[in-house]
Design a protein around this ligand. Structure first.
Ligand code: CTP
Length: 137
């Protein structure tokens, strides 16, 4: 039977760490659905507005070959609702969330994938704002 994978994230200022986790998630099954944090959810998680708004972030992620569908993630507390709505078999999260979504195991398998080292949206924003000399010392 075809397996559906679901994953979540903000995917702001899209970078290679984002691409790699989406490609590895897709390789675990036949279909990849991505919940993209709303602008408001990103603000509540990270304390800043995303650089690219929800429409641009959804356009970018949905254009990837490894992504089959995207939707807006409005709340962190609705993970199990999203899993059920999208009939997901496997939830993939980066290992920065290791253990935090084990409660979803009664609905689907939960897999934590290693983050790609040395790249993050936060660091890219800092480098652009202050220059690489100050942030990479
Ligand atoms: N991710 C990854 N490797 C990275 C950065 C992110 O695998 N170097 C994964 C995260 O674990 C998550 C997804 O990409 O599953 C979306 O992460 P997101 O929070 O949108 O990106 P970050 O770069 O971590 O953003 P920030 O720096 O704002 O926290």
């Amino acid at each position: 039977m075809a397996a559906t994978i679901i994953t979540f994230g903000t995917f702001d200022v899209f970078h290679v760490g984002h691409l790699r986790i989406l490609e590895r998630a897709r390789a675990l099954g036949d279909r990849l659905v991505v919940g993209i944090s709303s602008d408001e959810l990103n603000f509540s998680k990270k304390g800043r507005k995303p650089v690219y708004d929800i429409h641009d972030r959804m356009n970018i992620v949905s254009a990837l070959r490894c992504v089959d569908d995207v939707f807006i993630e409005e709340s962190l507390d609705k993970k199990t609702d999203y899993i059920r709505e999208h009939h997901a078999d496997i939830l993939v999260m980066g290992d920065d969330w290791a253990g935090k979504f084990d409660f979803c195991q009664s609905y689907c398998n939960v897999v934590y994938l290693e983050r790609t080292p040395s790249v993050s949206t936060t660091e890219i924003i800092e480098v652009i704002r202050h220059g690489s000399e100050q942030t990479r010392s």
